[in-house]
Design a protein around this ligand. Structure first.
Ligand code: NAD
Length: 450
């Protein structure tokens, strides 16, 4: 069996790989298990040095990695370079974090009580196709820093950058068996990792539907899970906001990565009194998004990941939209930037589109904005645009989401925690919080009596 890897911008096959099954997954787990005692015992200083070396190699090989990611996912090359730069930063951060996650000493009677953060053992990392390298690094960084060994399962559609990263890790001197990549189907290889008795934890990023199955499967062996799932984030624009700025930034917040972004602000909530003006400005800004060849330095948005996914995205647009942009009519899974007007009860506002379709939804006042924003099973990220600082913080506290930005649409930074509320999952990645999910607290009491 083989996996055929396709460039979504040309529909050409760019690689054919052997497809792993249960046997290969088991072998990868066995390699990781054998490597664990050695990796756990590597001194913090040396583990940090190896991660820093990996970060440096990612920088040195940045252009090649960006090209792989651009070809395999259809990402515009400029954006892919930025993503690879973040991958290097993530490894730099966790290289520095290895010896900074301390234990405690706790005052107790009769002795000394102290805590340690112990690695879990073998961890299974299951990642999606939309940010293959970035999301892999968000899990690999803390997992390796804490002393775990890993089996990484990239999405079937986008396995190439993970394989290249594993090669760089060996070149950096990270021992054989510490990072193992298996390329295979989610319901076979992924499922096997979830059920495998020697896998201590699953770090999963993907859809809420599959995440639900991962959580169920993990119950059998009481595996730890971190779930980074879907989103339906609101971009809330109050009438007192700098409308030019809010409208100018809104397309990037939903059309970046062709809308295939769990943080996509695909519900744009606008206060009634500013709605018409904002819609005009938003259409103008969206017209400025250049859709086309991902290898072109000036391209803002590439194609969708697959033909099947394009059909799903198209099914969300019923009737004539408020605005539809241009897209190439050549080969490739192209879909134009699309703006629709909606209520929060419409399917386009309830389900994750995962494509370049944004819904404009009007609201009357602050209370209604909060109610609409929270009226979703998801809770990943969101934005608030206003010039009223008190309101900004009031609304930020009222939103049921893990990440909020004020007068900005950015959700992700290397040093800050990222993760969801509600059905967007649980656990946090990035920053020092990311280490919590890859280590277990051990409490040791040492008697001083006798
Ligand atoms: P998906 O859930 O279909 O697949 C994710 C991964 O899970 C893939 O590697 C897949 O092979 C694997 N998988 C599939 N079935 C499995 C099973 N039964 N057992 C174990 N693993 C299995 O998601 P996708 O289509 O690759 O990615 C898009 C989804 O990911 C969207 O819902 C998006 O919101 C979400 N996402 C979330 C975040 C976040 O941080 N919250 C980030 C990026 C993407």
């Amino acid at each position: 069996m083989t996996v055929t890897v396709v460039n979504p911008a040309t529909e050409e096959t760019i690689a054919t790989l052997d497809e792993a099954g249960v046997e290969e997954a088991d072998a990868a787990v066995a390699r990781a298990k054998a490597a664990f005692p050695g990796w756990r015992d590597v001194t913090p200083r040396e583990r940090g040095r190896l991660l820093r070396r990996l970060a440096t190699l990612v920088e040195e090989n940045g252009e090649g990695l960006a090209r792989i990611e651009s070809q395999n996912v259809g990402k515009p090359i400029a954006g892919a370079r930025g993503e690879v730069a973040m991958v290097a930063d993530v490894f730099h951060f966790y290289a520095g974090a290895v010896d900074k996650k301390h234990g405690e000493t706790i005052p107790v009677a009769g002795g000394v009580d102290m805590t340690f953060r112990e690695p879990l053992g073998v961890v299974g990392l299951i990642v999606p196709w939309n940010f293959p390298l970035n999301i892999s690094s968000w899990k690999l960084g803390p997992a390796l820093a804490c002393g775990n060994t890993v089996v990484l399962k990239p999405a079937e559609l986008t396995p190439l950058s993970a394989l290249e990263l594993a090669r760089l890790a060996l070149e950096a001197g990270i021992p054989e068996g510490v990072i193992n990549v298996v390329v295979g189907k989610g319901r076979i290889v992924g499922q096997r990792l979830v059920e495998h008795p020697d896998v201590a934890k699953i770090g999963f990023t993907g859809s809420t539907e599959v995440g639900r199955g991962v959580m169920k499967g993990a119950a059998e062996t009481i595996k730890r899970v971190t779930l980074e799932l879907g989103g339906k984030s609101a971009n809330i624009v109050f009438a007192d906001a700098d409308l030019d700025q809010a409208a100018g930034a809104a397309p990037y917040a939903v059309f970046d990565n062709a809308g295939q972004d769990c943080c996509a602000r695909s519900r744009i909530l606008v206060e009634h009194s500013a709605y018409d003006r904002f819609a005009e400005l938003l259409i103008e800004a969206t017209r400025g998004v250049t859709v086309g060849d991902p290898t072109d330095e000036h391209t803002d948005m590439g194609p969708l990941i697959s033909r099947q996914h394009r059909e799903t995205v198209a099914s969300f647009v019923e009737g004539e939209p408020l605005f539809r942009g241009d897209a190439p009519d050549s080969k490739g899974f192209w879909y134009p930037c699309t703006l629709v007007e909606a209520t929060n009860d419409d399917r386009v506002a309830r389900e994750e589109v995962f494509g370049p379709v944004a819904a404009l939804i009007p609201f009357a006042d602050e209370d209604e904005a909060i109610r609409i924003a929270n009226d979703t099973p998801y809770g990943l990220s969101g934005s608030i645009w206003t010039s009223n600082g008190a309101r900004a913080l009031r609304v930020a506290r009222a939103l049921d989401t893990g990440v909020v930005s004020i007068n900005s649409n950015s959700s992700v930074r290397v040093a800050t925690p990222f993760g969801g509320f509600k059905q967007s999952g649980f656990g946090r990645e990035l920053g020092m919080h990311g280490l919590d999910g890859y280590s277990e607290v051990k409490n040791v009491f040492y008697s001083t009596e006798g």
